[in-house]
Structure formats: C-alpha cells, structure tokens
Design a protein around this ligand. Structure first.
Ligand code: DC
Length: 230
C-alpha cells in the first residue's frame, strides 16, 4: 500500500499524540509530535532567560532562531524519539509546567511557525508519517491522505492531564491544569496565524468516552475505508 501522510489535529490534552503513536506502531510509520517542537523553542526561551517584564522577549527570540536546531532521534530503550535542542536531549524538560505556561505565547509568532513548518514538511517528504499538532491538516500537510480532528470534553481532558502530571509533580492541582488548558485552547484557536481549526476534509473523533484501544480501532477502520484502492 502507498505510504500515507496522516495529519492529526485537536485541542491540548485530548489524546492526539496517543492516537498518533498507536497508529504509527500499527502501520510502522514515523510519528512526529509537532507540539514538542514548539515546546522546544519555549524551553530555549526559559533556558536563556529571554524575558521582558515577565513575558517572553519575542524580538530577541526571533533574532536567535537561526541558532536553534531541533531534531528527533529514535531512542530504542523508550521505543520513541527524543527531542534534541542543539544536540542535547530535552524530552523531559519540555513537559514541565513552566514550558506549558509560555508555549502558546511562542506558538503565535510567525517567524517561529515558518521555521517549524518548514522542518515538519521536510520530515514528511517521503510519506509514511503521522504528525499531530494544531495546523497539520490545514497548513503543514494540506494534502494529507487522511486528516483526523480529535476532541474530548474539557473536564475529561484536564483530569487525564492531571493524572499524568501529578506523578511528576505532586504540588499540581486539577484547577491549575484546567486553567492552563483553557488558556492554551483560547490562544491556539484565536491566534492570527494558523489557528487551530478543523480542516474541511478532516474526520472528527470525540474520544471522551472511548478507550485507547477503541479509538485506535476506530481510526484504523476509517483509514482502511479511505485507502481502499490506493
Ligand atoms: O500539543 P502540545 O500541547 O504539546 O502543544 C504545545 C503548544 O504548541 C500548544 O499550546 C499549541 C502549540 N502548537 C501549535 O501551535 N502548532 C502545532 N502544530 C503544535 C502545537
């Protein structure tokens, strides 16, 4: 069968990466978490203390973008790729709340998006890729073979993220996580450049009441239906 390009978009913490990883394993495709790349830039801002009056110093960041290289490297011990910022693994660092707190403010920047979209398109040149994010079906791969738009009830999303993060940081509260998700959803859907929206030809999956296995089975069935004859 032809090596497909599969785009998965949706709100924060609604299981996009889980679906993308499961599909990639099932189909033996490359999985790319594009959100990790935006988080990588946000981590660079924190690491280099690029702030003015407590807000990310956008102008300095834009001037330094050429000094930033992000790359994925497969880690056979974890059965997934690590993200490297200028050669250093930052896979754990980018999941920290400090990164989540500023990443949407970084993702609004045109220059950041142009740089990352270019890298993402290069990663997808050969097909056989599943990428998740906010603008994959609309901007990165507008001609993707299959597009999914994943949604879930906001309270369920916050609870899922809480269960995941509380193991690493017991001081976190459900309310703080919900507030961060709400803020990110707002910024991601209302930004001027490439806001999160469902592509016209995307298939919506609401996984509020779907198990991981049921979601995977549903997506695989749709992929098979759509690709008969390809
Ligand atoms: O999927 P995530 O929560 O790790 O994404 C982190 C942030 O990056 C999120 O607030 C929106 C932004 N993002 C984006 O603007 N475009 C993408 N393709 C992926 C993520």
């Amino acid at each position: 069968m032809k090596k497909l390009t599969i785009a998965i978009d949706g709100f924060s913490s609604c299981g996009k990466s889980t679906l993308a990883k499961d599909l990639a394993k099932e189909l033996n495709y490359i999985f790319v978490d594009s959100g990790a790349m935006y988080r990588g830039i946000a981590y660079y801002v924190l690491q280099n203390k690029l702030f003015i009056n407590g807000e990310p110093d956008k102008i300095t960041l834009i001037n330094k973008l050429d000094e930033i290289t992000l790359a994925f490297e497969y880690n056979p011990e974890k059965f997934e790729s690590d993200l490297l910022l200028n050669g250093i693994i930052i896979s754990n660092e980018i999941r920290k709340p400090e990164v989540a707190a500023i990443v949407s403010k970084i993702a609004v920047l045109k220059e950041v998006r142009t740089k990352l979209v270019k890298t993402q398109q290069k990663l997808g040149e050969l097909g056989g890729i599943i990428m998740d994010g906010r603008d994959i079906g609309t901007v990165v791969f507008p001609f993707a073979d299959i597009k999914f738009f994943v949604t879930a009830d906001p309270t369920i999303r916050a609870e899922r993220r809480y269960k995941e993060l509380i193991l690493k940081d017991p001081t976190l509260t459900l309310a703080a996580i919900k507030a961060n998700l709400d803020e990110r959803d707002f910024l991601d859907t209302t930004r001027e450049i490439s806001p999160l929206k469902k592509a016209n030809d995307a298939i919506e999956i609401d996984n509020s009441n779907l198990s991981r296995e049921a979601q995977l089975a549903f997506a695989l069935k749709l992929i098979k239906q759509r690709t008969i004859g390809l």
